[in-house]
Design a protein around this ligand. Structure first.
Ligand code: NI
Ligand code: MN
Length: 228
């Protein structure tokens, strides 16, 4: 059975039964929610939902040190190639692929995303969520997103959902609770809140809003849970 470790904000590590480590949205050094430095983190795969700093910050450093393969949108992958990352796999929304750890599908997220080449102007990159089938569990990491009707397409296809509840930049608790109605996962883990004052939220209030539609699991940074 795979395990999930939450590092705060949208950053987490999924470790499969056979010890393969997937680090999603690596944001360690400047992340107020974790004491962990990227040098202490191991990865076989690095998954990046989009090009905003709080999701991509340590992706290049982590991939270069560990040799991990970065999976992201084609545009983000092209950017990381300019940063010296060698092992890259580009995808786009709606595409799925079998990886050594399981099947991964890139799904829609409504949000922005930009990266900046040294000395250049920022340019827009698309953003995505991931549905990852790992050790029999279907895990949805929503990335940064608004509530979207497209989430209804995930109904019945997700066991555990990582949903942003911070508001301001993403869904807030009310919309995230509606996302739970759309997706009908067994379990929900709120993410992307309390990192800064502008996204402070009470996860217990989110639990109330979700009610009996799903089990809400609140993980403090460093917290771990099993997937399955
Ligand atoms: Ni973002
Ligand atoms: Mn973000």
């Amino acid at each position: 059975m795979a395990t999930l470790t939450f590092h705060g904000h949208a950053t987490c590590t999924v470790t499969t039964d056979d010890g393969t480590r997937l680090v999603i949205d690596p944001f360690f050094g400047d992340n107020p929610a974790t004491e962990l430095s990227v040098e202490e983190v191991d990865a076989d795969f690095v998954l990046v939902t989009h090009g905003h700093y709080d999701h991509i910050a340590d992706a290049a450093a982590l991939a270069k040190r560990t040799g991990a393969t970065v999976i992201s949108t084609v545009e983000v992958v092209e950017f990381l190639a300019t940063q010296g990352v060698e092992n890259l796999h580009g995808m786009n929304i709606g595409g799925a692929r079998d990886f050594p750890f399981g099947r991964l599908k890139m799904v829609h997220a409504i949000h922005g995303g930009s990266v900046q080449l040294e000395g250049g102007a920022p340019y827009t990159t698309p953003c995505a969520g991931f549905v990852i089938q790992v050790d029999g569990c279907r895990l949805y990491h929503a990335g940064d997103t608004a509530l979207t009707l497209d989430m209804q397409l995930l109904k019945g296809a997700v066991d555990v959902a990582l949903l942003p509840i911070g508001d301001n930049f993403t869904m807030g608790p009310e919309d995230a609770a509606r996302a739970v109605e759309f997706i009908e996962p067994d379990r929900v883990i709120p993410i992307h809140y309390d990192t800064w004052p502008v996204i402070e939220q009470d996860p217990e209030a989110f639990r109330e809003l979700v009610g009996d539609r799903a089990s809400v699991e609140v993980l403090a940074p460093g917290g771990e849970t099993t997937l399955g």
